[in-house]
Ligand binder design. Structure first.
Ligand code: HPA
Ligand code: ZN
Length: 324
């Protein structure tokens, strides 16, 4: 099964590029930028990755990205992920980036996106991995800052497939960003957002995302099982959920494998991704292996997860068909 999973052509749709920053690269970038890290070495840094909730993860995630300062830093970050993706037979990836986590530290939007974009172009040419960017707004910042970021992105619209929403969900419901999402839609962006697992008001947040905002898909979203009517809406629209089993195990009490199984059985388009692989110690291949071993997924079911991923990918029909 391990070999089958390794050989499966993969499509990764839920991956935060800042969450791919491995400790080794963190140390290299800190040295390059003359910054000191609060750990003596890679081992001690990894040992500090002990999260048991979304906020406890986010604290370390934001602290870690302080070393990302220049265009080459963002290039190296994305190129390292895309090399790893190519090794795992990822053929196509949609990559989240958090511009406000950088602009709020004084790193210009232009520096962030140019570095990432250059890596995507090089990876396609040299590694045969195709990728697109999804710009995420930080939901624990004000909606006005998200709107300003959206406007700042418009000159780079051709480089961005769509928008997402991440960071701390508590007290930050989807409707807080209704005007931002409406404008994003008018500008031609596709729409997704995190409805993280087992958060307060999880089902109401999913309802808002689906009915009030009208997202094209949902990141995580497994609590939808608690509302049969919403499951039916998602089925009718052919929407997909991007699930991240090992991430779930870090921010909640379990991988939520049984919920994922149930959603697959109901016919919902489910995909498996890695979320923040440098922090959760697992890229997409390891996520598929973990889910397979708990659910005893068959080869056909594993292939279906990847087919569903390409099916809900933000690609033109003829490009998807070439992968399927
Ligand atoms: N949830 C919310 N915000 C995030 C995540 C996540 O899984 N990863 C990086 N930022
Ligand atoms: Zn995520």
């Amino acid at each position: 099964m391990k070999d089958f999973i390794a050989g499966l052509p993969k499509c990764e749709l839920h991956l935060h590029i800042e969450g791919t920053l491995e400790p080794e690269l963190k140390f290299e970038l800190a040295r390059r930028n003359g910054l000191r890290l609060p750990y003596p070495g890679v081992e001690q840094m990894r040992a500090a990755y002990t999260f048991d909730s979304l906020p406890s993860f986010l604290r370390i995630y934001y602290e870690g990205m302080r070393v990302l300062c220049t265009e080459p830093d963002f290039y190296d970050l994305a190129m390292a992920y895309l090399r790893k993706a190519a090794e795992q037979n990822v053929r196509y990836a949609e990559i989240f980036f958090d511009p406000q986590a950088h602009t709020s530290r004084g790193v210009p939007f232009d520096v962030v996106i140019r570095g990432l974009r250059r890596a995507l172009m090089d990876a396609e040419a040299r590694l045969g991995v195709r990728a697109q960017l999804i710009m995420c707004f930080l939901r624990d910042f004000q909606a006005e800052y998200a709107m300003a970021t959206l406007l700042e992105s418009l000159p780079y619209k051709e480089w961005i497939a769509g928008v997402g929403l991440d960071s701390d969900e508590k007290g930050n419901p989807p409707v807080k960003f209704a005007a931002v999402y409406e404008r994003a839609r008018q500008e031609g962006y596709l729409l997704t957002m995190h409805c993280d697992v087992d958060q307060d008001d999880a089902v109401e947040h999913i309802r808002q995302a689906v009915e009030d905002i009208g997202v094209n898909r949902i990141d995580h979203g497994v609590n939808i099982l608690e509302d049969q009517r919403l499951v039916e809406v998602v089925l009718e629209r052919g929407m997909g959920l991007t699930c991240c089993p090992i991430s779930n195990g870090y921010v909640t009490d379990s991988m939520k494998a049984e919920a994922i199984r149930k959603l697959m059985d109901l016919g919902v388009r489910i995909t498996v991704s890695s979320d923040d692989p440098a922090y959760f110690g697992a890229y997409v291949g390891e996520n598929l292996e973990a889910l397979q071993s708990v659910l005893q997924l068959t080869r056909d079911e594993l292939a279906r997860l990847e087919r569903d991923a390409f099916e809900i990918a933000w690609l033109p029909r003829h490009v998807k068909d070439a992968y399927l």
